[in-house]
Design a protein around this ligand. Structure first.
Ligand code: TPP
Ligand code: SF4
Ligand code: MG
Length: 301
């Protein structure tokens, strides 16, 4: 790890104690071997790191709107190429965009797709906390089936979100970029390897990283790593990568833990443990099993 680059995000930001994304950002940027320029969509990461007149960023950083972190970084990368051509800049720079799941799966998807298709030299990182956390926990298309949020409230008639998560890895894979991966801060060695590979690509690359939210998932601040670990141990969040079209599962549990062990650690799933929601729990387990089997079989091909 390059300690100086890891320090691109300084302490003194105002993310909640027990929030995962500061460690995610530092771990990924710590693997950079060149200076970085960062764009960041509106969301918790941006809001907590850039409270005027302060900033926690020690690298060049642009706050873009909620929708366009990928479009912003595309423009910066093209300006850099033009400056290089004119001999105004010589050093190698890597361009990195960070977005939340709302800013990526939902409103920023078009900007991301365009930037991937145009082939800019950038790494896009989505820290996925499964909802619009900065605005108070509304659902996004990354919110898991059955989760309670402000816009998928729990009640007599409702068990939370009724739709399954969007499969963003498959959408990004369809752009045929050379490297994309799903990672987890609780598996730091794996995250570092993936960050290194993604940053080394001369073109677009993509990482989606599991990012527990103590505030809206409703768990104690000391638990984010333990909960992140359970997400992968239960196959809820498999670790895998797609390199030049080849799928590879990076970690497989020796003994599979039922998904309810992960769900029961968080208040957003508490209602699922009532008798009337038994079928919902069974459906979640089936979805997890099916998706893991799909990735495993693609990895064997
Ligand atoms: C066009 C637009 N609509 C809505 C908002 C309000 N808004 C700011 S951040 C945010 C949610 C961000 O969610 P996500 O990208 O998942 O990041 P998180 O807050 O969870 O880190 C919303 C809805 C906005 N800034 N711009
Ligand atoms: S609300 Fe959630 S995502 Fe936002 S800073 Fe707090 S813990 Fe992190
Ligand atoms: Mg979010």
């Amino acid at each position: 790890m390059n300690k100086n680059l890891a320090k691109n995000l300084a302490s003194g930001h105002s993310a909640c104690a027990g929030c995962a994304f500061p460690s995610i950002v530092r771990t990924i940027l710590g693997e950079a071997t060149t200076p970085v320029v960062i764009s960041n969509a509106t969301g918790c990461l941006e809001v907590t790191s850039t409270i005027y007149p302060y900033t926690a960023w020690k690298a060049p950083y642009i706050h873009s709107a909620f929708a366009n972190a990928a479009a912003t970084i595309s423009g910066v990368e093209r300006a850099y190429l033009a400056m290089r051509k004119k001999g105004k800049i010589e050093k190698k720079i890597k361009f990195v965009a960070f977005g939340g799941d709302g800013g990526t799966y939902d409103i920023g998807l078009q900007a991301l797709s365009g930037a991937l298709e145009r082939g800019h030299n950038f790494l896009y990182v989505v820290y996925d906390n499964g909802g619009y956390m900065n605005t108070g926990n509304q659902r996004s298309s990354a919110t898991p089936y059955g989760a309670g949020t402000e816009t998928t409230p729990i009640g007599k008639e409702s068990f939370g979100k009724i739709e399954a998560r969007k499969n963003l890895m498959e959408i990004v894979a369809a752009h045929r970029i050379s490297y994309l991966a799903q990672a987890n801060i609780a598996f730091m060695a794996d995250l570092k390897i993936k960050a290194k590979k993604a940053l080394a690509v001369d073109g677009p690359s993509f990482l989606t990283v599991f990012s527990p939210c103590t505030n809206n998932w409703k768990f104690p601040t000391s638990q984010y790593v333990a909960i992140a670990k359970l997400a992968t141990e239960t196959n809820f969040w498999p670790l895998y990568e797609i390199e030049n079209g080849n799928y590879k599962l990076n970690w497989e549990p020796k003994k599979i833990t039922p998904v309810m062990e992960f769900l029961k650690t968080q208040g957003r799933f508490k209602h699922l443990f009532s008798e009337k929601n038994k079928a919902i729990l069974e459906k979640i387990q089936k979805n997890v099993n099916d998706e893991f089997a799909r990735i495993a079989s693609l990895s064997e091909e």
